[in-house]
Design a protein around this ligand. Structure first.
Ligand code: ASP
Length: 343
């Protein structure tokens, strides 16, 4: 499967090639505090645990009022999305407003980007309106770091998902969800099932779970949806769903990322479901107390049956709830880092 060329990104691309950075990129400030969140790669386990603890503290029981704070008082957060999003975008918006920020939402497909404005000009325009954090989802790998290298020193960049390469807040919220249900990571078997090749979620989950010392990660799926050799070091690759589910503690189902495939390579839904779809019957291969996760959007009857998605082992809605808390934790940490720098 070949990555589709992306329309409308050539100007960013050109700038990436013509304006290489001279200093190594760091997401952390001089004191090791989180300034940007572009990737989970290289983050210390202690910093990850700190973010998860902070997120946990923002959670409330169902029926209780949601957590609010003033950590982002006076801040403006801009959501810039060039790919579709339901959960990530609304949870970043809720996270920012619940912490006191103003939020501007820009759908890049409907912005002046389509009139030829470059990504950087869009950023500089919004920076001139005193945006403090750019939350960016982009189909092209490298854009996030590029923007982070060009914003003013007080401004932060948070990834909302980048190409097939990374989705750091999803990785964090998945780690938080697993921790809540399982109490740790060390003895767990986590099976990631489906289109791993095109999944930024699988990559960020693998990074965070490895950092936190997970017992075993299995990549389960058809050969043509496996990532290139060399990626996911140490993970077991299994090409049978039943075998991949055997004694698993966590089953992470993935959608087929059709938007990143050539048409000729898109699997047929019915055949895919017959071989790789998770049904209640198949789930019996996993441990009885196994949880089922899915980053959404779910395709019912393709990679997951409704009886599983809505069943007693499903943690899917908890993942969504945790998404807001994790994004609050990330934004609050960035605000704290800036206050620390100013002090
Ligand atoms: N929402 C996730 C993402 O943006 C997963 C998916 O789209 O299938 O990567």
């Amino acid at each position: 499967m070949v990555e589709r060329p992306r329309a409308g990104l050539s100007k960013v691309h050109m700038q990436i090639q013509t304006a290489p950075s001279t200093t190594p990129f760091s997401q952390l400030d001089a004191h090791g505090r989180l300034r940007h969140l572009v990737t989970l790669e290289g983050l210390e386990p202690d910093l990850i645990r700190e973010l998860l603890d902070r997120a946990q503290a923002y959670l409330r029981r169902p029926g209780q009022a949601s957590a609010h704070g003033n950590e982002l008082d006076g801040w403006t957060v801009a959501n810039l999305f060039s790919e579709p999003s339901t959960r990530t975008r609304s949870s970043f918006q809720l996270a920012a407003t619940r912490l006191g920020a103003d939020v501007v939402n820009l759908d890049l497909q409907l912005s002046s980007r389509t009139k030829g404005e470059t990504m950087l000009d869009t950023i500089y325009t919004l920076q001139a309106m005193q945006v403090d954090v750019f939350v960016i989802r982009d189909a092209q790998a490298g854009v996030l770091q590029f923007v982070a290298e060009h914003v003013e020193p007080h401004v932060s960049v948070a990834s909302a998902g980048e190409a097939h390469t990374s989705h750091p807040t999803q990785g964090l919220l998945d780690a938080l969800t697993i921790h809540q249900y399982k109490g740790g990571f060390r003895d767990l078997v986590v099976s990631i099932v489906g289109d791993i090749k095109h999944s930024r979620v699988a990559r960020s989950d693998f990074t965070v779970l490895s950092a936190l010392g997970v017992g075993e990660v299995r990549l389960v799926g058809p050969k043509e949806l496996m990532p290139p050799a060399g990626e996911f070091p140490g993970a077991k690759r299994i090409h049978s769903l039943d075998e991949g589910l055997d004694h698993a503690d966590v089953v992470m189902m993935l959608r087929i990322q059709k938007e990143r495939m050539e048409d000729a390579h898109i699997p047929d839904d019915a055949h895919y479901c017959a071989e790789w779809g998770l049904t209640a019957q198949r789930l019996k291969r996993a441990r009885p107390e196994a949880i089922v996760m899915h980053p959404g959007p779910i395709n019912r009857g393709v990679e997951i049956a409704s009886e599983v998605a809505d069943g007693p082992q499903s943690a899917i809605r908890m993942q969504v709830t945790n998404g807001v808390a994790v994004r609050m934790a990330v934004l609050a940490s960035m605000a704290e880092a800036r206050r620390g720098r100013a002090a």
